[in-house]
Design a protein around this ligand. Sequence first.
Ligand code: HEM
Length: 512
Amino acid sequence: MITIQYVLAIFVLWVITVFLQFIFKRPGKKHAGYYPPPTPPTLPLIGHLHLLTPVAYKGFHALNNKYGPLLYLRLATYPAVLVSSAPLATEIFKALDVNFTSRIKSPFEDSLLFGSSTSFFNAPYGDYWKFMKKICTKELLGTSQMKKLKNVRREEVVRFLSKMLEIGQKNEAANVSAEVLTLANNSTCRMIMSARCSGEDNQAEKCRGLVSESFDLAANLALFNVFGPLKRIGTWYLRKKIADVPKRYDELFENVLVEHEEKAKREGPHMENKDLMDILLEVYHDKNAEIRITRKQMKTFFLDLFTGGTNTTSDAILWILAELVNHPAAFKKLREEIDSAVGTERLVDEEDIPNLPYFQACVKEAMRLNPPVPLFDRICGENCKLGGYDIPKGITMIMNAYSIMRDPNIWENPNDFIPERFLTEQDNAKGQNLQVYVPFGGGRRMCPGTNMTSSLINCSVTAMVQCFDWNVLGGDGPDGSKVNMDSKSGVVKTMAKPFMAIPALHRNLFSA
Ligand code: HEM
């Protein structure tokens, strides 16, 4: 008993000491004429934490509306710069990109599977990142590889449509959110490693569960990180998960890698229907590769692809469909465009997309209003000036894509769904040569998954519009027929409530 009290007393003393050190720490000397960005009023210890809201990007958006587009914030012990306007985003992605090429360090220690030395997402700007980015854009996620995987996507979309038909015929409500997530998960798993949520082993479902656990673990560790000294307590508190999740992930992926290696041996160098894992394994075994990647790096890279690609794509599809359902005139116009360009006998093919400008405009507009990743981060690599203010080396920069794409100086009626704005050439931003459309980020660290996402969005959303009317249940509006557009709390833009609807068959273009 005495020992416990003693340990507790030592612990409390330690916490107090660290906080006192923090309060009385003198800020580093800045040179004369140092001109930092404006900052909202702070509170002792917590800094600006009290200004954050559960839906993080909305809280930041409100701060920017009140105090300006470039702000210095202190989130407890964590200093950051918040960027929220299109001209500032343009300055960063064009003139200053070289200064903002790395992200914040992974909250996982290097010794863990997801540590910052093995992750591609968090990799510092250097040889490994450059090598993998080249492989991503040229081979793994490039247009030609995505074209080869077209049938995989089509099969998964048809599976989704058939399920909707079955539910609709019973006049039951489909949980569209859950079904779209399964569609995105199955398609991603099949494209990456030829696995789907079926069969005895159900690797895709295991993978989805592990990815989501890893994501939660990373988010919890990141939260403890903000409180500086509390990071160690967080690591201790989460120690079981920290040991367990990476181990299970490692085992699952080792099995899948071994299966792929055995298949490569059996089928030889002319193997057909390669998935992304087959391609990366060739790089891994290539003795002459520019960089020899490790097995650990390869596994973490797949985790990056799953975390980066599954929920984001399913959120994007859901927000696009929701905007269309909530704007029946746009839905009707889109269906008419498809009928006239493609006919009424077959599903839209991915090759038809260039002939569907209104569809492309609807997708862009829905993603502008509902970016699935509204916030992303970079680290400032060198002291520099942004918007005329001094930005110190090492500070975290948070970009709010949600605010940037609702900048009222760029977009007329920024909060309204108006796909037509993307059909006109009088886009004021184009005249100013501004980078204003950033759902996938920008500059060197821009998302490499745009081809993969767009190809699934294209074949799924067009099919949903061609084949069904979506009768929303329990939604907003006097008769509950509008999809509720609220977002869950957190840092990503996910629907707060599941999108429930009875799918009423309009035209069956998918079953014989
Ligand atoms: C709607 C779908 C998606 C959205 C909205 C999205 C959004 C983003 C954003 C905002 C970033 C940060 C960019 C920056 O810092 O400038 C990012 C990075 C990344 N995304 Fe995506 N993404 C999507 C789909 C995907 C897919 C399908 C994959 C791969 C399968 C993927 C893999 C990645 C990776 C690996 C990075 C890190 C890139 C780097 O640091 O160089 N994403 N994504």
